[in-house]
Write a protein that binds this ligand. Structure first.
Ligand code: PLP
Length: 378
């Protein structure tokens, strides 16, 4: 098979699985228990959190482990004691959009490039605005947003509020689910107060994520109980999951530059082989994302035809596609319904080889040609 849907899921790498295994067996102890073997597990858990925190330039105590990115995004939104308003980029993942909408959040426009419209952002920030959410990299286009620039705008607003004696805080949240293994992330450089991470997109286990919470940002608990995760998310720690997440992060860091170069080359290769079709994410994209428009064709049907050849691709976010919804992301950047209906997302990753990329391009060309022929004769 040729799997080109790494934005939807990544397989747990062998080294990650190996690191996790002892914690399902011999090291099964509850980290909160009082005896020595449990204390060792607790220390291993904290050390693993430390590896994840270090990878984004944060402290262990700044991380709240969650059951995935959806939960981390929900924690950021529902647990912030907001009495002001919030803004979110209209192309955000549904776990941000839905949470923001529940608070009456207002959408910030995206430009046709997929980048945030900074003028629209500036015009929508009022004295009531308390939270702004913009993902680091979009999950349908791979668009990398100018977070540091957004943080600069926020800094100016905060300075102005200070001068006018307005005490309302203004926080920046970013969902970095897609970016952790493709960008060098530093919370200080990005200027974020809250950052969502996702193990499942970086060859770690599913259902494991984290929310970075900057020092001084006050959240209400998501769950109450034993007081784990700084009292914000009670429940026995997912020790194997976090050990696996840390290993995945370690490997991602080790291979970051090599992988970026590799995907950039494969992207060029794929685009030269598929040059007859329009590229949607032309600029500012993660290196492993290719979104192509096959206008006049039905991408759902292409997915099915490609699947018959064991090539797995997507139309967009897996959760939206499975419900037959049209991509709100492609709509936001100005694609017509017909263009959206004919768009495919190919996301490369560690399961691929250069040979596979060439073979995938050959198969896509063959299927698209046959499909066009079929429609002509229909
Ligand atoms: N945020 C982004 C940008 C994503 O791509 C995803 C996964 O598709 C999520 C959040 C949700 O992650 P999970 O389903 O692992 O909670």
């Amino acid at each position: 098979m040729i799997y080109l849907d790494h934005a939807a899921a990544t397989p747990v790498s062998d080294k990650v699985l190996e690191a996790m295994k002892p914690y399902f067996g011999a090291e099964f102890f509850n980290p909160s228990a009082a005896y020595l073997p449990a204390k060792k597990v607790s220390a291993d858990y904290e050390a693993a959190k430390g590896v994840i925190a270090h990878a984004i330039g944060a402290k262990t105590s700044d991380l709240i482990i969650t059951a995935g990115a959806t939960e981390a995004n929900n924690l950021a939104f529902t647990c912030l004691s907001l009495d002001g308003s919030m803004l979110y980029l209209e192309t955000e993942h549904d776990s941000v959009r839905r949470a923001a909408e529940a608070y009456g959040g207002e959408a910030i426009k995206a430009l046709p490039t997929g980048l945030i419209d900074l003028d629209d952002l500036k015009s929508k920030i009022t004295d009531e605005t308390e939270l702004i959410s913009v993902s680091l990299a979009n999950n349908e286009l791979g668009t990398i947003q100018p977070l540091a620039e957004i943080a600069g705008i926020i800094r100016d607003v905060k300075f102005d509020r200070l001068k006018r004696g307005i005490k309302r805080p203004l926080l920046l949240h970013s969902d970095a689910s897609q970016a952790l293994n493709l960008l060098d992330i530093s919370v200080a450089r990005l200027g974020v107060d809250l950052l969502t991470l996702n193990a499942a997109k970086v060859y770690g286990p599913k259902g494991v994520g984290a929310l970075y919470v900057a020092h001084g940002v006050k959240l209400k608990p998501l769950t109450v109980g034993g007081g784990q995760e700084n009292g914000l998310r009670s429940g026995t720690e997912n020790v194997p999951g976090v050990i696996g997440f840390a290993k995945a992060v370690e490997l991602a860091k080790e291979h970051l530059n090599g992988n970026r170069k590799k995907y950039a080359n494969w992207r060029k290769l794929l685009l030269s082989e598929l040059k007859d079709y329009e590229l949607v994410n032309k600029k500012h994209s993660l290196d492993n994302f290719v979104v192509l428009m096959f206008e006049g064709l039905d991408a759902e049907r292409l997915i099915y035809l490609l699947e018959e050849k064991e090539v797995y691709v997507a139309t967009g976010a897996a959760c939206a596609a499975s419900k037959g919804k049209k991509s709100h992301v492609l709509k936001a950047i100005g694609l017509t319904d017909a263009q959206i209906a004919g768009s495919l997302r190919l996301t490369m990753g560690e399961t691929n080889t250069e040979e596979q990329i060439k073979e995938a391009a050959r198969i896509i060309n063959e299927i698209v040609k046959a499909e066009k022929e079929r429609l002509k004769n229909a």
